[in-house]
Design a binder for this molecule. Sequence first.
Ligand code: NAP
Length: 289
Amino acid sequence: MGLPEPPPLGASALPEGTFREQTVIVTGGGTGLGKGMALEFARLGANVAILSRAQEHRKAGVSAVESTGARGLGVACDIRQPESINAAFDAVQAEFGLPGVLVNNAAGNFPVPAEDLSPNGWRTVVDIVLNGTFFCSREFARRHLSEATPGSIINIGASYAWTGGPGFAHSAAAKAGVKNMTESLAVEWGPYGIRVNTLVPGLIPHEDEVKAIRGVPGRGQKEDVRAPAGRVGYPRELGWAATFLASPYAAYISGHTLVVDGANWQRRAMLMPEFTPIREQLGKGAFEG
Ligand code: NAP
């Protein structure tokens, strides 16, 4: 049987207009889960700014937001560059006012055996996931500290922050840093009215998955029987968790990491299945140096 299906797209647990006249930034909000979260904030009345590098992504995010009747704004930004973040926040603030919510969703990732991972590949993933999340959070907090206004930051994590992520050593290490940083920043910025939480998606397929992720052998096959929930997650389920965490109904929740994965990351078998080395799982031949 597995876990029940969620309510349909368009349903909401929060009162209509929960984010009316509020501005929400979603980094990487033009694709996949970021777009799914942007949509749920928009349904609840937020003005939503999508920060990302590719114009076609920003356009897709803005049109999803506007399809609900909310206001959307796409702003070019590379979250690895603090100056680019500063300029993007200026542009958002000029159009919509100071953002009250920041969703640090943007990420880069690809599967690779650790021995094949180049220094450039390692640096790029850590730079986007860990450094980019910090730079955006710092920009958000400094603006709120200057204005003495409250705010909420939601970082998007991954469960391999706890378990390690064989085949994804770069991303797993960076997400572990994000989870840890959430706890530090929640304490540092609580006195100024800023909450910081992390939201961890489970397996939530979407149409924008990049080729590298789509190409993981077995991805997209039998996903329902490979999780205790008996099903994958839906972007709207992450969107509902994000809007709750950012809402006044979660005003006393900070420094928390909420996992939305149907308990998949805790599973263990009484006897574990035979182990297949990562090179083999990725269909790679023997390491040749
Ligand atoms: P995705 O479709 O690959 O989206 C990544 C987004 O990040 C893109 O919109 C991209 O836009 C943006 N981005 C990448 N580098 C950037 C940079 N330097 N500056 C600004 N924006 C940048 O990813 P997703 O699957 O929706 O995942 C969203 C989040 O959930 C990520 O944090 C991911 O780690 C996490 N997650 C996903 C799953 C899942 O099942 N999908 C599971 C666990 C965790 P541009 O190319 O336009 O810059």
